[in-house]
Write a protein that binds this ligand. Structure first.
Ligand code: UD1
Length: 368
């Protein structure tokens, strides 16, 4: 059986790594798991570092599409991925998450009659201005196997008319990576290198177009970071999109001296940094889940979240664009007053095991 898994952007690598290692266990029984990197993210710090850290093999296919408008990026991926599929004739294509590579490759596969597996299916922010929301809805609509991280995903898919037999609640592959790499994460020197004491700093990450692509919202967020940094030091690893915009809007030098700006960090250093932080402020999707697993308070600087379990069960707070509320909450959290949270159901490091087991059983039925 030939399977091609797709990675493209930073949040994909930690989701495919545990699956790759799970599939390796079946490499003697006619399972050939290949990796296709679309090249959506291409910088050393946005891509290559993760292959090294996760000990992933060099991708079997590299499409090298790079940046571009949504249409350009999606179309280029489709054109290049179609060539791979026509040459390789895989039995299954696996896509993860909600980035442009996810929809581009699933759409290409389904039109060639190749079965599609979507991992992290069913998440919905109900905000169709987010490019990721469109990618999620469309990918789920055309996938054959939908693996869900939290129960809200099952309800969302059923409401959209997806056949219940295609939906599997298995937990969170990103947490599999966190669990597997924790011994290495614990050896990171990042706190020493940045001269930080445990629990004595906050971490900020920002990259959503709605937050960073316009000067007014980015300026408001810079003001918030400056206010928070008066209470505790802030570490701000900057995404390329955000860095470009801070420079373009002349905001880069408005960040005060109690904020340490760094390049995007590798996985082990980044998780080590958030694990020992007092508070994380973010607009990322995955970091809401990682902080919940680690029991670290998280303030999400967005109007919606597609990951409600992190609020209902975990340590996440959603503040929307009410940055006064964000500041009040940050003050409270930094005084030690915050919800402690619990680890959501099935976030136990075994999601990839469940996924591969399910696929093996189902695919035997199809004689693949
Ligand atoms: C993408 C995903 C988003 C994900 C994020 C994680 C989509 C629609 N968005 O957003 O869901 O949370 O990745 O990072 O797929 N750039 C570089 N080097 C790189 C990659 C990007 O400099 O290696 C710069 C380019 O100027 C590019 C910009 O970042 O134009 C945005 O990159 P892009 O992949 O289009 O979207 P992200 O904002 O990274």
């Amino acid at each position: 059986m030939k399977i091609i898994s797709v990675v493209g952007a930073r949040p994909n690598f930690m989701k495919i790594a545990p699956l790759h290692f799970e599939f390796q266990k079946f490499s003697n029984s006619n399972v050939n798991h290949l990796i296709c990197h679309t090249g959506q993210h291409y910088d050393e710090q946005m891509s290559k570092v993760f292959f090294d850290e996760f000990e992933l093999p060099v991708p079997d296919f590299y499409l090298g599409v790079g940046s571009g408008s949504h249409a350009e990026q999606t179309a280029k991926i489709m054109i290049e991925f179609e060539k791979v599929l026509l040459n390789e004739k895989p039995d299954l294509v696996i896509v993860v998450g909600d980035v442009n590579s996810t929809i581009a490759c699933s759409l290409t596969a389904v039109k060639l009659g190749v079965k599609v597996v979507h991992i992290e299916a069913g998440l919905r922010s109900f905000d169709r201005t987010m490019p990721e929301e469109i990618n999620r809805i469309l990918t789920d609509a055309i996938s054959d196997f939908l693996f869900v991280t939290e129960k809200s995903g099952i309800q969302n898919l059923l409401k959209e008319g997806i056949d219940k037999d295609k939906i599997f609640f298995v937990g969170n592959v990103m947490i599999d990576s966190l669990v597997k790499f924790m011994p290495i994460i614990q050896t990171s020197n990042i706190l020493y290198n940045l001269q930080l004491d445990r629990s004595d700093y906050c971490v900020v990450t920002l990259h959503r177009p709605s937050n960073v692509d316009n000067v007014i919202s980015l300026k408001r967020l810079v003001d918030l970071i400056n206010e928070v940094s008066k209470i505790k030091k802030v570490i701000f690893p900057i995404h390329p999109r955000t860095k470009n915009n801070l420079e373009r809007f002349n905001l880069f030098y408005s960040l005060n001296h109690n904020t340490i700006i760094s390049e995007p960090l590798g996985y082990n250093d980044f998780v080590s940094l958030i694990k020992d932080s007092a508070l994380v402020l973010t607009d990322s999707g995955g970091i809401q889940e990682e902080t919940t697993y680690l029991g670290v308070p998280c303030i999400t600087l967005r109007n919606t979240t597609e990951r409600p379990v992190t609020i209902e069960v975990g340590t996440n707070y959603l503040v929307g664009d009410n940055l006064d509320l964000a500041y009040e909450l940050a003050e409270k959290v930094l005084k030690g007053d915050y919800k402690k949270g619990q680890v959501p159901e099935l976030w136990d490091g075994k999601a990839s095991e469940r996924i591969v087991k399910t696929l093996m059983e189902k695919l035997t039925i199809y004689n693949l």
